[in-house]
Design a protein around this ligand. Structure first.
Ligand code: BES
Ligand code: MN
Ligand code: ZN
Length: 496
């Protein structure tokens, strides 16, 4: 459901008659903010009573409801010790407020714009956090009862006219950020019988048209003509033909063509493992194995909507990895588009295969930087869990910028090693390399395999296996697909 975002400076008496009001409270002990003097007296009394009783002390992300005798309500949200709220604490506060309101079946929420000079950043993050906290994947649900409800409208309250104008101006960009993350979640949560390469290409077409991004869809015959052997091998076991999307956005003035950043996303719409089939237990999670591609589609569309002054190309090979009589096999030698050959140790190491062709393909644009994003290895999930994304970089400046973007977006990343000593592990006696080298150091081995296909281009690889699905969720991320990566990369591009 679309969340309506409003900005208002109306009297809190009027607003609170219609909707609960979020009150962010520093702790401990609870420090009720001064602006609440504009609330009705009964509501002020109710808030004070809750805090005086000691059952709400303002601990970060703790919540309580204050219900006044006149029927008005406040959602109290703790924001911890008194100091300036950083953007992550701010997103958590707004996300918690929205999740609390929807959990209690309220249809709307009013929340103040918190103090601070960076009104634009505060607003963008408040709006994005509200959208992210209100997220629900209900595409396939017909039985509504028992579902966590959602709020329908979210109002940012700012009494100061001058500040309010800046808030109003920042809302649209906030919506772009919130939409980017929610779109990645939608695509990742979508079941593989709905989202397969061709239906995915159609969906991407809608997103690109909407954002003003140029999209080219390459199909089976194009892939054959281009000799994309890796994509064809991985996609060969499925009745759903592979597709390869090429998206372009030129936002930089001047020499229109030069590409600043090329984005490559892993788009395996379902990863059964192929002939090297996966165990039953968690195989269903592999409907989300296209998350890297969703991140890249979302990122380039958001960059266009934000009119970022940067030239981008994004490509996503889309395949379904299935076992069948036409599937590729362990022991096969696959000739990739680059000409390099790969001996298949496991058909379940399919992500690096299709990325090999994607990484080779983007070199025709001579980009200044290549970034890929993929749910690539179980080893990365084991290493970092659902807390950090792991990244590898051949370029320290880009790595630094990614770390900075991560600090801003709150999507945590940790740098992992690339070293030639890993190469021993994937040597092949019959081909240029193997597609795997054992369990130990699996994330670095996979990264070194990818590196063979980027040539001398500055490059970063982000492995989001593990952080793709959250087992429990956080204040602005209900459990399920996290959407991790889109806001990170958008912020990375904004910093240019
Ligand atoms: N899509 C998986 C990786 C994955 C695992 C993503 C868990 C999200 C959660 C990938 O295609 C895969 O199967 N990787 C194998 C590679 C191995 C066979 C070399 C792995 O990591 O086990
Ligand atoms: Mn796999
Ligand atoms: Zn996979």
């Amino acid at each position: 459901m679309e969340l309506t975002i409003n900005v208002s400076g109306a009297s809190l008496d009027d607003l609170s008659a219609e909707s609960p009001v979020a009150v962010f409270v520093h702790g401990e002990p609870a420090a009720i903010p001064a602006w609440t003097k504009d609330l009705s007296e009964p509501l002020q009394d109710a808030i004070k009573a809750r805090c005086d009783a000691g059952d709400f002390v303002g601990r970060a992300n703790s919540t309580a409801m204050a219900v006044a005798t006149d029927g008005t309500r406040a959602v109290l949200v703790g924001i911890g010790p008194r100091r300036r709220l950083d953007m992550e604490a701010l997103r958590r506060a707004y996300g918690t407020a929205v999740q609390t309101a929807r959990g209690r079946s309220f249809k709307s929420l009013v929340a103040p714009v918190v103090p601070g000079n960076d009104v634009t950043a505060i607003t963008e993050n408040a709006v994005a956090a509200a959208m992210m906290g209100n997220y629900l994947y209900d595409e396939c649900i017909s039985e509504r009862s028992g579902l966590t409800p959602q709020i329908e409208s979210f109002t940012l309250w700012e009494p100061d006219g001058k500040r309010r104008r800046r808030v109003t101006n920042a809302v649209d960009n906030g919506k772009v950020l919130g939409e980017a993350t929610c779109r990645v979640r939608d695509l990742t949560n979508a079941p593989a019988n709905d989202l397969f390469p061709k239906s995915y290409a159609t969906k991407a077409g809608t997103f690109c048209r909407d954002a003003g991004v140029k999209l080219q869809v390459l199909g089976l015959s194009d892939l054959k003509k281009m000799k994309m052997g890796a994509v064809l091998a991985v996609g060969g076991g499925s009745n759903n033909e592979p597709q390869f999307l090429v998206m372009q956005y030129n936002g930089r003035k001047g020499r229109a063509k030069a590409v600043d950043v090329a984005l490559v996303g892993k788009g395996v719409t379902f990863d059964s493992g192929g002939i090297s089939i996966k165990p039953t237990a968690d195989m269903w999670e592999m409907r989300g194995d296209m998350m890297g591609s969703a991140v890249m589609i979302s990122t380039i569309c958001a960059a266009a909507k934000l009119k970022l002054p940067v030239n981008l190309v994004a490509v996503t090979p889309l395949v379904e990895n299935m076992p069948s009589g036409t599937a590729y096999r362990p022991g096969d030698v696959v000739r990739t588009m680059s000409g390099l050959t790969v001996e298949i140790m496991s058909t379940d190491a399919e992500g690096r295969m299709i990325l090999a062709d994607g990484l080779h393909y983007v070199q025709r644009y001579e980009p200044k930087l290549i970034i890929d994003c993929a749910t690539l290895t179980g080893a990365m999930a084991v290493a970092l869990g659902d807390v950090y994304g792991g990244y590898f970089a051949t370029d320290n400046k880009a790595a630094k910028r990614l770390e900075k973007a991560s600090d801003v977006s709150g999507e945590k990343v940790w740098r992992m090693p690339l070293h030639p000593d890993y190469d021993e592990k994937f040597k092949s006696p019959v081909a240029d390399m193997r597609n795997g080298g054992g369990r130990y150091g699996g994330a670095s081995i996979a990264a070194r395999i990818l590196q063979r296909f980027v040539g001398d281009y500055p490059w970063m690889h982000i492995d989001i296996a593990g952080i793709d699905l959250l087992k429990s969720g956080n204040p602005y991320t209900p459990k399920g697909a996290s959407g991790f990566g889109a806001r990170l990369l958008i912020e990375f591009l904004r910093q240019k």
